[in-house]
Structures are given as structure tokens and as C-alpha cells.
Design a protein around this ligand. Sequence first.
Ligand SMILES: Cc1cc2nc3c(=O)[nH]c(=O)nc-3n(C[C@H](O)[C@H](O)[C@H](O)COP(=O)(O)O)c2cc1C
Length: 367
Amino acid sequence: MTNSLGLMFRITIFGESHGRCVGVVVDGCPAGLALTPSHIQMELDRRRPGQSSLTTGRGEEDQVEILSGVFNGYTTGAPICTLVWNRDRDSSDYERRRWMPRPGHADWTAHVHYGGFNDYRGGGMFSGRITAGFVMAGAIAKRLLMESLGVEVLAHSKEIGGVTSPDVSVDEIRANVEGNPVRCGSPVTAEKMAERIREAASEGDSVGGAVECLALNLPVGVGEPVFGNLEGDIARALYSIPAVKAVEFGLGRSFSTLKGSESNDAYVVKNGKLETETNNAGGILGGLSTGMPIKCTVTFKPTSSISKRQRTVDVSKMNETTIEVKGRHDPCIVPRAVPVVEGMVAVVLADQAIRAGLIQRVMERRG
Ligand SMILES: Cc1cc2nc3c(=O)[nH]c(=O)nc-3n(C[C@H](O)[C@H](O)[C@H](O)COP(=O)(O)O)c2cc1C
């Protein structure tokens, strides 16, 4: 019973990599939000494989279908069920190496957890494919946040294979992120990142990296201490994305090297409003939004599927052996994960904003 997230804007994920479809049910989206398939398709297209020479050539079409909850172009208030069909499946390789868990994947842990009944083809429910559902839910949440509160969620690739982007402005992210295949806010750094991915791919290897995500214009005081605090809720959502291994807010791990005088954000008055001069806290204090941009950084491990030879065990005989994971895998997950991170942050903020009574009020005023 752990495939749902959120209390008032609740998403439930379903589907497996090589099953019929992957999708999501969004319950709690207020009525009256203008929503068409193209709003969701736009975000799905950013996650879809085969967007550039740096991503896998898998031919997933990922055409969204909205099955319920939308009528005459507006949400009705009923659960929204939306999915994409799985069309480009080739399960033969998974049958052949069924008893050889792929290093870095959940093959063995899932086999033990589900007593062997899990759908192991393509990683089943542990595949990056399930994030199509995350993105569809995120597209709805992003629209709800923007239309009702003017909250914008945007992300970009901050680091890939050890190449780190300099700090870039929000305008640079908006202008550049879709203009290069690695989705970096700095076009110059994007070139170096792409080179690192190509190098790894040519060696049959993969690289990891980090996505930086910002949420702008969230009002002060959103969050539900103690256990529904904003950092905890966002972190939980982000750790549900396959391959995520660290989540940081603001200066994150760098706090450990600083003094209080260096890390505290001083209060100032700007345009008659209380603000902080810096945003080291990443827009969250006491688990509540400060009104400054929410800023988090999400670290992704290198893609587990690599064609380089790796050690594993044939568990049917308990013999040590080796495996080369061929197939159409991205040498770096990070560029395609950018819309996934945005989506999950948006889902949490939509839930928290509804819990805070903010969106209800705005929708009533609009009506
Ligand atoms: C958008 C996205 C796409 C992914 N694509 C791949 C892939 O092509 N090959 C792969 O080995 N892992 C891919 N992954 C990651 C694996 O699904 C993940 O590492 C694996 O299931 C093990 O789970 P864990 O890393 O969370 O422990 C992808 C993840 C995301 C978010």
C-alpha cells in the first residue's frame, strides 16, 4: 500500500516496464483547472527516450491518454486517471538472464521481497519507466500551482560526470534548459557535460550527476511540522525516483564546513516585504517555506545498465558468473530526470498548498 503519495493531492502510481501501460491516478485535484492532453504531453516529451544522440533509442511513443476526471477541457474534481501504453517492449533478454541479477538494479531485492512473483521484465515496477506516471502527475500539479498561486517549478542539470555548472540565474535556466540535450542552464557547461556522457558511452559505461530544482513564489509558512514538514515531504518524493541517492536543500552538505555567521540568511526589507538577503537555507526554515525560492539538489547514480562486463551470480546454481547488460539504455539518466524532479516537487507543493488552504481559496475566488 505504498504506491500513493500525498494527503489532499494524492497520486497513485501503477504499471510495469513491460506490462501493458504505466500511469497515475491523481485524486484531490480541485475542479475547474483548465487541462488538456497537450499540457501533459509537453512534459512527457521532455522525459521520453530518444530525444537526442545522448539518450536511448528506445522507441517509446508515450502518447498520453486521459481516462477520467477531465470534461470539456476542465478538471471535474473526480480522480484523474492518465496513462501511456507500453509499445516498444522486448522481454527476450530478461527471460534469458532471469536468474542473473543485474548489478545496480533491484532484480534480486525485488525477487526476495515478492517471493519471485514480481514482474522482472525490464525491471518491472522498479524501472525508470514508471516515472512517466510521476511526470504526468507533475504536469497536473505544475499547472495547478501556476494557475492558482503563480508558483513555478523549474529544474536543470547541475552536474554530470564530475562537470559542474556554475550558478545560473532563473532566467538563464528558463532560456537554456530546453536548448541543449543535457538540459543544463549554462550552454558552455552543457557542451562539456555532453562530452563526458559520450566518453562514458564509448567505453560501454555510464555517468551520474545532479539536478537542481527551484520552486518560485511559494508563499511563506507552507509545511506541516513535525512529520509533514516541507523538507521531509519533498525528500520522500524525490527518493521515490529510481536512481536517486542524495537530496540536499540550500547549501546542503556544505553547511558542515561553515560557521553560523557564514550560513545564516540575514533578514532584510525589500519592496516593503520581509526577505532574506541570501537563500542558504533553500527556502525552508522549521520545515516551513520562507517565501524565498525552494532550492534542492538531487543526486543520481550512474545508469546501472552498462555493456561493460560485471560480476554477478547465477542464483539458480549459485555460481559466480559475469554479465554484460546490452540494450538501449541511457549512458546518463540526469537529462531525462529533469522533468521527473520538477514533477515530484510540484506534486508535494500542490499537496502542501491544498493542505494549507491556499489553493481552495484561490479556486473559489476564480470561480
Ligand atoms: C528517467 C529515468 C530513466 C532511467 N533509465 C534507466 C535505464 O535506461 N537503464 C538503467 O539501468 N537504469 C535506468 N534508470 C534507473 C533505474 O531504474 C534504477 O537505478 C534501478 O531501478 C534501481 O533502483 P535504485 O537505483 O533506485 O536503487 C532510470 C531512472 C530514471 C529516473
